[in-house]
Design a protein around this ligand. Structure first.
Ligand code: V47
Length: 379
């Protein structure tokens, strides 16, 4: 076990609005929405980072978790192709570049990594109009049979709701069947930003906030732990961001089922929203990326883990984020597709050794974990 965290939080904010917030953080008093907005509005990045780092070290010490994982995206065909205007990955069924793997092909994807023992498959894809629940059951069963030591993190709440619609059944039924097939945890995608106005602009026909939360509530009730996300850096306001966090915090109070929170930096290339906004290349800035991670840590006081997705934040910003409240560096992520289609210039995977070097060079202790954050080995 780690020694109790006793270090004092010593900061002298240049922004006086941060002083009462720092007092709350140290006293363990929950931040409210106005505090969250003040944090996003503040330019005192170092004070925000110091508070988040302090809050993180109380929970995680100097440990930084990472997982050796591989992404499998069985299809990019998606019925929301024309309405989720931020997405560069989706295709219409007959559009150029559309693909749908057979179950056997998707299972074979799990065989491509030979040099590193993979601990987690991360499986997400489009909302295919015809793929039935049996397809995903067979895929999960097949992967489990071939790789019994690998945990399966699969299907966003949006995909679960789509399967319930196709099968004319409940979220609980879909989730129970997937769990019986071997589903371990669920990724946090599809949350985007919960604000009705923002959803109407960027993801008009996507599952509403309440439904997204309901799928996760049901999953938690069935013992399936899940992740959660927020897509930022497009048309949302700071208040939209904080209200989104408040809804996640409320569900976490109720169920305790979230494992980690991952802010996702919007990438504007090859999608309609980027064109509308007149943006290409990097949509978010390093300061905003760090703030999103740090505010996540400070506001979500009932979460153990805050994850930086280096694919979007870059390995360099992600390394700095390890001093801004982050304790989780998204894994080796072999074969990432979704963000690379949207213009991410990062590599499609980092090796085990690269991840360990990034963490150690930040003065932290690399801890390899499984999908449930059980510690496998400290490196
Ligand atoms: O919901 C899509 C995002 C999400 C773009 O749970 C984009 O461990 C930026 O949720 N720019 C899916 N983001 C991926 C996801 C995820 C990723 C890594 C780890 C975990 C986890 C979950 O990707 C979507 C959407 O918010 N996304 N297009 C884009 N152009």
């Amino acid at each position: 076990m780690y020694p109790a965290f006793t270090e004092e939080l010593v900061i002298r904010p240049t922004d006086p609005r941060l002083e009462p917030i720092a007092e709350k953080v140290v006293a363990g008093v929950r931040l409210d929405v106005e505090d969250g907005v003040a944090l996003f509005e503040s330019h005192d990045l170092l004070a925000i980072g110091a508070m988040a780092d302090w809050a993180n070290r109380r929970k995680n010490g100097d440990r930084i978790f990472f997982v050796a994982n591989q992404h499998i995206n069985p299809t990019n065909v998606c019925i929301l192709r024309n309405t989720c205007v931020f997405c560069s990955f989706a295709r219409m069924p007959k559009e150029e570049g559309a693909y749908t793997m057979s179950v056997e092909e998707a299972i074979a994807e799990g065989d491509i990594i030979k040099d590193t023992p993979i601990r987690e498959f991360h499986i997400v894809g489009g909302l295919h109009p015809k793929l039935r629940l049996e397809y995903y059951e067979e895929l999960i069963r097949g992967l489990k049979a071939r790789h019994p030591g690998v945990e399966i993190k699969a299907l966003t709440a949006v995909e679960i709701a789509n399967l319930a619609r196709i099968e004319k059944t409940t979220y609980a039924d879909v989730l129970s069947r997937l769990k019986a097939a071997g589903l371990d945890t669920m990724p946090g995608g599809g949350a985007e930003v919960f604000s009705r106005g923002v959803r109407a602009t960027i993801a008009e026909r996507k599952l509403a906030a309440e439904e997204w939360l309901e799928v996760h509530r049901v999953a938690h009730g069935l013992g399936i732990r899940t992740n959660c996300t927020m897509l930022y850096g497009h048309v949302e306001t700071y208040r939209d961001r904080v209200e989104h966090l408040a809804m996640l915090r409320e569900l976490q109070d109720e169920t305790g089922g979230f494992l980690t929170y991952i802010p996702l930096a919007y990438h504007p290339d090859n999608n309609e929203l980027g064109e509308r906004l007149g943006r290409t290349g990097t949509a978010t800035t390093g300061v905003d990326d760090l703030k999103n991670l740090a505010v996540g840590r400070l506001f979500l006081d009932n979460f153990d883990h805050i994850k930086t997705h280096w694919i979007m934040n870059t390995p360099k910003v992600s390394q700095v984020a390890l001093h801004f409240g982050v304790d989780d560096l998204e894994g080796t992520v072999v074969r990432e597709k979704i963000y690379h289609e949207a213009g991410a210039h990062t590599p499609q995977g980092l090796t085990f050794q690269e991840i360990i070097r990034i963490i150690k060079d930040a003065g932290k202790r690399p801890v390899e974990r499984d999908a449930h954050y059980r510690e496998l080995r400290e490196w």
